[in-house]
Structure formats: C-alpha cells, structure tokens
Design a protein around this ligand. Structure first.
Ligand code: FAD
Length: 467
C-alpha cells in the first residue's frame, strides 16, 4: 500500500508527487496519457499545442518555485522574454516591458495620467514585498488549526492591511481622481487574465498582484509548457497514466481508489482534481458534505480555446491580449489572449493557442456544435484581421469548449477560484482537510491559480505534511 496517492498531474499534483516521493511511497495517477492538465502540451495531427497555460512567470531566483525546481533538478529549455505581453486596445499597442520607464513610455501615449508612474511603482512594490514574505501557512484540519494558521498571516496583514479591505475599483478611482473608461477597461481585462475576476470584485491587494504579473520575469518555454512535465515525469518512478480514478472509498486505515478495472490502496490521498468535480468521486457522506461546502465557490468560469497551425514568414511577439470594444459573442469577455510559438522552437513554431473566458454551458451538446463553429470562425477572423494573416496561412484550426476540458481533464470550470473579495484567504479551501488523510492541491485550493498561485499551494502542502 502506498503512503500517498496523488490524483491528477496538473502543476499541483505533479509537483506534490515530486516532494512526496522523496519521503514517502507515492504514486501519481493521471487520467490522460501525458502530465500537465491545463498546463499540458498535446499533439494533434503531428503539431504540438499548449492546452491552456502559455506564460511562465514567478521564477525569480529567490522565488519558491525556482528553489523547488533547483532542489528537484527540474531543468527545461526556456528564454527570458524582453516583454511579457503586448496589449492591443483602441487600435494602439502597449508593450508590457518589465522595466518601469520602458513600460511608462508605452502606457503614457495610450492612457496618459500624471499618476501613472506612482501607481505602477506602487503595484510593483506590492508584488516585491508580497513575495518576500513566506512565514505564513494555511490549514483547515480543524477550527483550532485554522485560527492558529491564520495568525501566521500577521506579517502579510500588517504590511498590506490598507489594501486588504478596499475594493480595487474604488481604490483606483480614488487614486487617479478621474480615469478614462477605456483605461479602466484595460485594467479590468489585465486583471481578468490573471485573477479571473473584475476590478469591482476584488480587493486592491489582489488587483496589484495581478497587474504586476507582467513586471515579473516572464519566460518562453521551448517545446511547450508540457516539456516541464516531461522533465518532472523522468524524476518520478511511480506514475500511472491513462488511469482515471472513478471512485474513492474509505476504510478505517486507508483509501481505496477504484478505476474501471483495478483497485489501488493508499494511506493518504492528495486530490489534484478540481474541488467542484471531486464530490462525485467519494461514496461517504462526511466527505461529500465537506466538499459540498465549497460548491458556492464555483462561479461558472471556463474557457473557449482555438488552436491554429500557421505557416507564415511574419514574426510575432509571444503573447498578445487583444481588447475589443464589444464583448465577443457567446463569451463573457471582450478580450482574447493569443500566444504564438517561437520561430526557433522546432516543436511549436507553427502553433498558436487562443483563449477567451466563457461560462461552462457553452456547447454542451451536439445541437450547439453550430455555436462552437461560429465562435471558432469569429475568433479566427479577429486574429487574421488583427495580425494581417491571410486565411490561407492557417493550415489547421480546431477549438475546445468547456466540455472538451471535461472530457480530457475531468473539469469544465477552468482557471481556478476567482480571487473575489468574498473568497479571500480565510474562506478558501486549504491543502489539508478535516477528513483524515485527505489533502488537496491545485487552482481550486489555496492559494490561487497559474504557476505562481498553484506553487504557493504546493509550498503550503509541503509545510503541512513535511515540517
Ligand atoms: C485557457 C487557460 C489559460 C491559462 N493561462 C495560464 C498562463 O498563461 N500561465 C499560467 O501560469 N497559468 C495559466 N492558466 C492557469 C493554469 O493553467 C492552471 O491554474 C493550472 O494549470 C491548474 O493546475 P492544477 O494543479 O489545478 O491542475 P489541473 O490543470 O486542473 O490538472 C488536474 C489533472 O488531474 C487529472 N484528473 C482529474 N480528475 C482525475 C481522475 N479522477 N483520475 C485521474 N486524473 C484526474 C486531469 O486529467 C488533469 O491532468 C491558464 C488556464 C487556462 C484554462
């Protein structure tokens, strides 16, 4: 019997399996044939595409993720990008350079404000100060443990209390005095891609951390994001891929994991499945009730993806956000995120991944296939027009709906729990639980989504289990 079974090989599951396997007999179970979940890379008709995540940040030398990868000898081919992202709005471009003056030279001609420099300096400083603090942990094993762990947030709270309790939209409006509607729309869309929420929904600390994502070192990952997981897989001896856990039962001494053909036993489990989809795995009422408690965090957020194979002599930056005047039909956003493979990346050079926010019910059944095809066409048209790309340069195009995510990685909400004010830390699901031996990791659990957020959860889990 294993000490730990990790169910799901997303960022959270794969990295947890790495640290757990150093100390405990651990097996990583994954439904798909490859690791990575939303951050995986898949092959379609001989071409590789990033499933969802395309940007990689939070890998500064003093960051937890850097230390973690060093400790576990996870080496991958990457290059530091001169700018994190190019935002296209109002027919103009804002290149999100990391360097403050270079960025101010970009934002000022599009959205001039005398307070721009002070505002972005504040945002950048909050980011630096936030990631320098790491003396906190978060537990949910019991009320006592929860209160004790929340006391560990003392330094964070003292440093940032003016930003914890103030709504981001109000803060920004007060800070700038008057601010152009379009400028607010720009900030709103920048926030949305990192925090899955709008300015009026989050506190200013969350907004500052999201808006400063582009000031961090951003890397291009050669071979696709999945190449990080290929390296992780080499370090793990016990991986069961193509293994979907259908049901989990509990005995007094262990968990029994049922697939359609087999049963596996483990003393503890780390669930990397979305918390919203985990309830159906369990048969016992206590665990079901515990998981049900978090159902209200499900804000029905998902993504529609378009994947393109292109062949063009044109060169592009790696990442663009295109902000339009109107919401895109069938979606919940007026912006598209477009990522191009690097020309020097043999595996990805023709690959484009495009994403837009939607609700989960988009294209639930065959009757909605027309809707899916229409949206794919709309997005293709926007991208072609925007980048001056002739349609004949598109060699292949296909799309994925929330149902596709459900089919491949067992979750239809993607992107994690939106960091809204009402969801703030003390209400979030923790990486441990009141159910003995049941742990969680991933973007529907503390601390947040993306490489940076999920790795903060891995750090928390490591503190809870190994210290
Ligand atoms: C469109 C999109 C764009 C994004 N862009 C970025 C970005 O640019 N940068 C960034 O840092 N983040 C980005 N994110 C967010 C980031 O991808 C996710 O927050 C992160 O990958 C989630 O990791 P996770 O640990 O929660 O696992 P998940 O990615 O949710 O993976 C869970 C894994 O568990 C497996 N699984 C589920 N149920 C079972 C079961 N019963 N049995 C076996 N296996 C199971 C699934 O197959 C899957 O592999 C993006 C997300 C999306 C959707």
């Amino acid at each position: 019997m294993d000490d730990f079974a990790v169910i799901g090989s997303g960022i959270g599951g794969s990295c947890s399996a790495l640290f757990l396997s150093k100390k405990f007999q651990t097996t990583l179970y994954e439904k798909a044939s490859y690791l990575g979940g939303c951050a995986s890379t898949f092959k379609h008709q001989k071409v590789f595409y990033n499933t969802g995540a395309t940007t990689f940040a939070g890998y500064e030398k003093d960051a937890y993720m850097y230390g973690f990868f060093e400790r576990h000898h996870i080496n991958f081919h990457k290059k530091l990008l001169p700018s994190a992202l190019t935002v296209c709005i109002n027919g103009k471009k804002i290149v999100r350079f990391q360097e403050m003056n270079a960025f101010l030279d970009e934002i000022n001609p599009v959205f001039y404000h005398s307070k721009n420099k002070d505002f972005y300096t504040l945002v950048q400083q909050i980011n630096k100060d936030f990631f320098a603090i790491n003396d906190y942990y978060y537990s949910n094993a019991s009320l006592f443990e929860k209160v004790k762990s929340l006391a560990s947030f003392k330094t964070l709270l003292m440093k940032f209390y003016p930003y914890f309790f103030v709504n981001a939209q109000s803060f920004i409006q007060n800070y700038f005095g008057t601010i152009d509607e379009k400028y607010l729309d720009y900030l709103d869309n920048q926030l949305l891609i990192v925090a899955q929420a709008r300015l009026h929904e989050v506190n200013f600390l969350t907004a500052a951390l999201a808006l400063s994502y582009q000031f961090m070192d951003n890397y291009y990952i050669f071979g696709g994001m999945g190449s990080i997981f290929d390296t992780i897989a080499q370090k793990l001896t016990h991986i069961q891929s193509n293994t979907s856990i259908e049901k989990i039962t509990k005995t007094s001494s262990c968990f029994i994991l049922h697939t359609s053909k087999n049963e596996f036993k483990a003393k503890n489990i780390v669930l990397n499945t979305s918390l919203f989809d985990a309830k159906s795995l369990f048969t016992d009422t206590k665990t079901k009730e515990y998981l049900n408690h978090y159902a209200s965090f499900n804000k029905d957020i998902s993504a529609f993806m378009v994947y393109l194979q292109i062949d063009t002599p044109k060169t592009f930056e790696h990442h663009y956000q295109i902000i339009l005047d109107q919401p895109i039909k069938y979606t919940t956003s007026n912006s598209l995120f477009v990522s191009f493979g690097d020309k020097d990346d043999e595996r990805m050079k023709q690959s484009v991944t495009i994403s837009v926010h939607t609700q989960t019910h988009l294209s639930e059944n065959d009757q909605k296939l027309e809707q899916k095809m229409e949206l794919e066409d709309i997005i293709k048209r926007i991208v072609c027009e925007h980048f001056g790309l002739e349609e004949s340069r598109i060699l292949n195009a296909f799309s994925a709906t929330p149902q596709t995510f459900k089919r491949f990685i067992n979750r239809s909400t993607v992107g994690g729990i939106p960091m809204r004010q009402e969801n703030f830390i003390y209400r979030l699901p923790s990486n441990d639980s009141p159910i003995k031996g049941l742990y969680h990791v991933g973007d529907t659990t503390f601390a947040a989504q993306g490489w940076i957020g999920v790795m903060l959860g891995v750090r928390n889990l490591e503190k809870l289990i190994c210290v």
